[in-house]
Design a protein around this ligand. Structure first.
Ligand code: DGJ
Length: 759
């Protein structure tokens, strides 16, 4: 179904249901009619986009969310409502621009816009700023037309005098209510112009003064810290100027009302950018107490020259609303990622248990050493064996080899085939580490093509980890990178690539193109990265890819569409990981969060932790083993074998279920407890961790969530001790209200148990 311009229209979708019943067309039509009729009460599974021609109001309803916008008397697209779903018959009066606040804040500044150009006296963050060749920099966008196509809405706007067209794009997700927004900028003038700032969208929150902003910060080996601060008048900018996503800020935000300390109640507005280059999200409270969140390309050093007839698509900015607290917001995002974003959505494959050689061998990989590790990994139930850095070129350490993607003949005299065959004979598939966008100056590639890296002519080329960044925006570099990866995957039976990226940009010049086009590198580099990933996946559909960037520095909803999992952090200390993993799951699903069990004492901080503790910490995400198995005792192997088997029995719940943070490890908490409930509600898995006990205080009672109060669940301990009076089975009501006591005393203790629904 499809509607253009201003005809009144209602469309209902039931995406997931439709997919399931698509083969029975008549039934599908019937189902849609039914859900159309029940739109007032439906909470999930429906999306509708309606336009009221009389009031010129657009209303998007999806799952438990309503989003309303209108065309005001100045033909501007004005935000009217974003929040919990409204009644089907609730109506909005026509949008009316806000009055100005004296002569200092004109209506263009006080009115909440969906997407506003810099012009006409705008002082808040613009969505778009353009410089024209004649020096004009004024841009005022007005409504031209719109088009509704199922769950998609596009609204065409145009500058008041120049042929700059901007199409605002919306797509509603029926299951989660998450909206995907983006803008396409088109030059229909007769001359080129330069886009100096371009956001995907602005989200306007209901007026309020008691908002709290949550966001994620970090650094190498210390990613995923959850920050909280009050939203005050003024602006907070979350950003990366690094050419890549970065760990210092992650492109995600959540805003709720201050003082709500319950994870699972209260309204939360949240969003995340799908972009792996420099990005920016500004959270701004104006002097009229309106809060707007604007996000897209980072305006710093931005400049994209659009020739006549060319278009620029901004990144996607996803936004949603939950009335079930920050926990509910995370669960919606996780669900959206699994069902709608990941490469095989809505049924991405469960993550196999993998072994990775990095912490065991670092660069010292060779055929006999890897074969020995593979045998040991297979013996505990590992399903995927991954050889990390060091297998190629003249790579002995991080000073040489990047860029020369031939198999090192000393380490692997017969190529990779004998190792891959060995891994297959052990019933595992084979994965390999690559870092395609980088080059060591000490490499054949750099000696041959010194002009292939990001650089400003005649200026120093600053190295990070002894490497430089290849300019992937260049067509020849793109061809080289795609070519070697395609060859590697064609010639070898490789099931998995760990795609690393171990530094950020410096001197981001592109001397080969005209000076006016050099800043296009910020967009073209990332689009080429995406197109390489897409092309490789199309040609090698069984290959899975992990996005790694020295840990978790390239995790975002853009690269997620093309990769299957993320490396969370190089910090693999199982206690530090509780905090790191906790932060990761605010925005990203535990199903894509790789978590290795590594050696103890750990290289990170020399902390000693039991193997059981290390396993339970990692089992909260996608389990991997990264330890030096050559040092393990027979008891270690026996423990590991048992715990890998346990993980396989719960992994679907952990990877795809609903996550509840029962006690967060934030604020130096002495405890951390998570619970995952499977999609079908048949299994719940709880992990509990104690940092250190004091004065014989018991571990806090654990009150479970998300169970069916009336159903019966049988309890089984995975590891650690439960209180002696814990029943073997009880109702969901019991587990949620009476709760469970675990017996954890001393330092660094852990326990885990499952609840299985009794049919
Ligand atoms: C950084 C990654 O995060 C590590 O896991 C490892 O792959 C090294 N790079 C290899 O150089």
């Amino acid at each position: 179904m499809n509607e253009s311009y201003d005809a009144s229209h209602t469309f209902s979708l039931c995406q997931r249901q439709l997919r399931r019943v698509a083969r029975t067309c008549a039934f599908a039509i019937l189902l849609c009619l039914v859900s159309q009729a029940s739109i007032a009460t439906a909470e999930t599974g429906t999306a509708s986009i309606r336009f009221d021609a009389a009031t010129r109001i657009f209303r998007i309803d999806a799952a438990d969310t309503s989003y309303v916008l209108g065309i005001n008397e100045h033909q501007q697209i004005q935000s009217l409502y974003w929040g919990k779903r409204l009644g089907a018959n609730d109506s909005f009066p026509a949008a009316k621009a806000m009055p100005g606040a004296a002569a200092f804040d004109l209506p263009i500044t006080t009115t909440p816009h969906e997407f506003v150009g810099w012009g006409g006296g705008l002082y808040v963050e613009p969505d778009l700023k353009i410089t024209f060749p004649d020096g004009n920099r004024d841009l005022e966008l007005k409504y031209v037309s719109h088009h509704i196509d199922g769950d998609k809405l596009s609204i065409v706007t145009k500058d008041i005098s120049r042929d700059v067209y901007v199409t605002l794009q919306y797509q509603a997700d029926a299951e989660t209510g998450i909206l995907r927004r983006s803008a396409e900028i088109e030059n229909r003038t007769d001359a080129p112009f330069t886009v100096e700032q371009a956001a995907a969208a602005t989200w306007n929150l209901p007026r309020g003064t008691d908002y709290r902003l949550r966001y994620l910060t970090g650094r190498w080996a210390g990613e995923w810290n959850v920050q909280e601060q009050a939203v005050h008048p003024g602006k907070t900018v979350l950003e990366s100027r690094r050419g890549t996503t970065g760990a210092q800020n992650n492109p995600w935000f959540a805003i709720d009302h201050e003082g709500n300390n319950d994870q699972d109640t209260g309204g939360v507005w949240f969003g995340a950018l799908g972009w792996s280059g420099s990005w920016q999200i500004s959270v701004e409270q104006d002097l009229l107490q309106q809060v707007r969140v604007t996000g897209g390309f980072n305006a710093f050093d931005f400049g994209y020259r659009l020739q006549k007839g060319e278009r620029l698509q901004t990144p996607y900015f996803y936004g949603g609303y939950s009335s079930h607290g920050i926990g509910g917001a995370s669960r919606l995002l996780h669900r959206f990622e699994i069902d709608s974003l990941l490469p095989h959505a809505p049924t991405p494959k469960l993550r196999p248990v993998l072994y990775n050689s990095w912490e065991a061998t670092e660069f010292r990989v060779d055929e006999p050493g890897q074969m020995a590790l593979a045998e040991k990994a297979a013996s505990i139930g590992v399903e995927r064996f991954v050889m990390d850095d060091g297998w190629f070129g003249q790579r002995k350490d991080d000073h040489a080899g990047l860029g020369d993607w031939y198999v090192n003949p000393q380490k692997f005299p017969h190529g990779l085939k004998p190792l891959i065959d060995k891994v297959h004979s052990l019933n595992m598939d084979f994965g390999l580490w690559v870092e395609p966008e980088m080059v060591n100056p000490n490499s054949d590639l750099y000696r041959k093509h010194p002009d292939w890296v990001l650089n400003f002519a005649g200026r120093p080329r600053t190295e990070g980890r002894n490497q430089l960044v290849l300019n992937l925006a260049r067509p020849d570099v793109r061809a080289y990178v795609y070519g070697f990866l395609d060859k590697l995957l064609t010639e070898n039976d490789i099931a998995f690539l760990k795609w690393d990226y171990n530094r950020n940009w410096s001197e981001p010049g592109w001397p080969a193109v005209a000076p006016e086009d050099q800043k296009k590198v910020y967009v073209d580099f990332i689009n080429n990265l995406y197109s390489i990933l897409a092309e490789l996946r199309a040609k090698h559909p069984n290959v899975e890819i992990e996005s790694c960037s020295g840990g978790g520095s390239r995790v975002d909803l853009g690269v997620m569409k093309l990769t299957d999992e993320f490396w969370t952090s190089d910090n693999t200390d199982a206690y530090d990981r509780l905090l790191i993993q906790n932060g990761f799951t605010y925005a990203y699903s535990p199903g894509v969060m790789m978590a290795w069990v590594t050696d103890s004492p750990t290289w990170v901080n020399q902390r000693t932790l039991s193997l059981e503790y290390r396993f339970l910490s990692s089992m909260q995400g996608s389990l991997g083993i990264g330890a030096n198995l050559n040092k393990w005792t027979p008891e270690d192997f026996a423990t590991a074998k048992k715990m890998v088997a346990q993980y396989k029995a719960i992994r679907e719940t952990v990877q795809r279920g609903a996550l509840y943070r029962l006690i967060t490890p934030e604020d130096n908490s002495e405890q951390s407890v998570t619970e995952s409930v499977s999609r079908d509600g048949k299994q719940a898995v709880t992990f509990a961790f104690l940092h250190s006990s004091r004065e014989r205080y018991p571990f806090p009672r654990i009150y479970l969530r998300g169970l069916d109060a009336g159903a019966t669940y049988r309890l089984a301990a995975l590891d650690g001790k439960l209180a002696g009076d814990t029943p073997d089975s009880a109702s969901g009501a019991y587990w949620m209200n009476r709760g469970v006591d675990v017996q954890l005393n001393g330092d660094f203790q852990a326990a885990a148990f499952t609840l299985q629904r009794v049919e």
